[in-house]
Design a binder for this molecule. Structure first.
Ligand code: IMP
Length: 421
């Protein structure tokens, strides 16, 4: 069987820690979409590690980590990441398999990302500039290069063709010297990529399923950044939702069992785009400081606001969430009160539906507000320890989404996770 774990907001929900906690229950951890735009933070013996392309099971012995066909790989940043993890004593060569169908991010993809954002000016997406959008564009446009191509004799030729196409689009927006410097790094880093085993991951994974092995599919970004269901065009270029695991790994829906959906106890967003419950005031600044809300991939300050159960309800529906996980609950300890966005009023009509054109409409969010608990959540060890006001928050989320809460994360420590039911 396969379970999936994914973000229900705009990314950065704390997926890394939860995958790390759940990993011992599985034989395989597999990434199915995204690429180095992701940043999954884990702590190994108090040492902070941020994973971008590598699955979060690498620190557990006996677990195989798979990078699926739906992922896009930048060999340059991948090499940096591999070296950092190998320096911690992890034998990545025997713990990680890469789908030969995963697409490659080449230097001109990054240049195109930069050019596209420059051209959009004020309307820029706020991309991480890792080349994600242009790489998925080439995949869909049937021009991309795949991991399996790098060992073929015509790789250089295919690369040059794609590069020429990109250069004709780029004009002189990104200096040629900059692209050439990236290119040298790119070709050097292919030697590192070739150290790992490339496989027909769809066959390998299905074979493991038939043998009764358990797979955890690890999502990246979040549902509200999904290319189809997110706040388009301010989204990433892949399907971040449950359905993405089928196309990103080659696993049929019949194998899917649990869908773990992760949400912070509040909400953040990095980059541009609609964010109905955003706090553009001192309260938002306070949440940013308390939650240390700065991007793990780009270092950018994250926009902060209250938890939005309208968006959560939508995300639970699209993903078929069976188990909710609330993270960073302890961050709210020092806020005077907590608000939960429970419905929207658009043009005088109140509803719990997430609108198609949320960015153009004036959405008024209706909140339920209550005083915060006067107990440190990080000192709680069981459901019974949790204060009543926190249970009010859990109940509001459960009632509005129709999904039970299974875990609450109340600190960065590996053991700071309270198990419900
Ligand atoms: P891209 O995927 O780098 O093109 O960025 C598109 C949008 O998704 C931007 O708003 C990014 O900030 C956001 N984004 C991409 N990856 C992540 C992530 O892992 N966490 C949070 N936001 C992300």
């Amino acid at each position: 069987m396969v379970d999936v774990l994914l973000g229900l907001q705009w990314g950065d929900e704390g997926k890394g820690k939860v995958v790390d906690f759940l990993a011992p229950r599985y034989d395989i951890i597999a990434r199915f979409q995204g690429g180095p735009n992701a940043g999954h933070t884990l702590y190994l013996h108090d040492h902070k590690v941020v994973l971008h392309t590598i699955p979060s099971g690498v620190f557990h012995q006996g677990i195989m980590n798979v990078i699926g066909n739906g992922v896009v790989i930048d060999p340059v940043s991948f090499e940096v990441e591999c070296k950092e993890i190998e320096a911690l004593g992890v034998d990545l060569v025997s713990n990680m398999l890469i789908s030969e169908r995963a697409h490659l991010i080449i230097p001109t993809h990054k240049a195109l990302d930069k050019a596209s954002e420059l051209a959009k000016g004020q309307n820029k997406i706020g991309s991480t500039l890792k080349g994600i959008g242009p790489t998925y564009m080439d995949k869909i446009g049937r021009n991309g290069l795949r991991v399996g191509d790098i060992i073929r004799s015509d790789f250089k030729e295919k690369y040059e063709q794609l590069k020429a196409k990109h250069l004709s689009l780029l004009g002189d927006v990104v200096p040629l010297e900059e692209i050439q410097a990236w290119e040298t790094q790119f070709f050097n880093s292919l030697q590192n990529l070739k150290k790992y085993t490339f496989i027909a991951a769809e066959y390998w994974l299905n074979d493991q399923l038939l043998q009764g092995k358990k797979i955890l599919a690890e999502g990246a970004q979040g549902t509200m950044l999904d290319i189809d269901f997110g706040t388009y065009p301010y989204v990433t270029s892949s399907n971040t939702v449950t359905a993405g695991l089928c196309t990103g790994l080659g696993i049929a829906p019949k194998w899917i069992q649990k869908v773990y959906g992760i949400s912070k106890a509040y909400c953040t967003r990095v980059g541009s785009g609609p964010f109905p419950t955003e706090l553009l005031n001192a309260e938002g600044d306070k949440l940013r400081t308390l939650g240390n809300e700065f991007g793990s991939t780009t270092g950018r300050p994250r926009r902060c606001g209250w938890i939005d159960v309208v968006a959560l309800r939508y995300a639970c529906m699209i993903n078929g969430v069976t188990d909710l996980i609330i993270t960073k609950a302890d961050v709210l300890d020092d806020m005077p009160e907590v608000s939960v966005g429970v419905s929207y009023t658009v043009n005088g009509v109140t509803s719990q539906e997430f609108p198609f054109d949320v960015q153009e409409k004036t959405v008024m969010v209706n909140y339920t507000t209550f005083p915060v608990w006067n107990k440190k959540l990080s000192d709680c060890h069981s459901v019974e320890d949790l204060p009543d006001a926190f249970h009010t928050l859990v109940k509001l989320v459960e009632e509005n989404t129709g999904v039970p809460v299974s875990f609450v994360s109340n600190g960065v420590g590996r053991d700071q996770l309270i198990v419900f039911n």
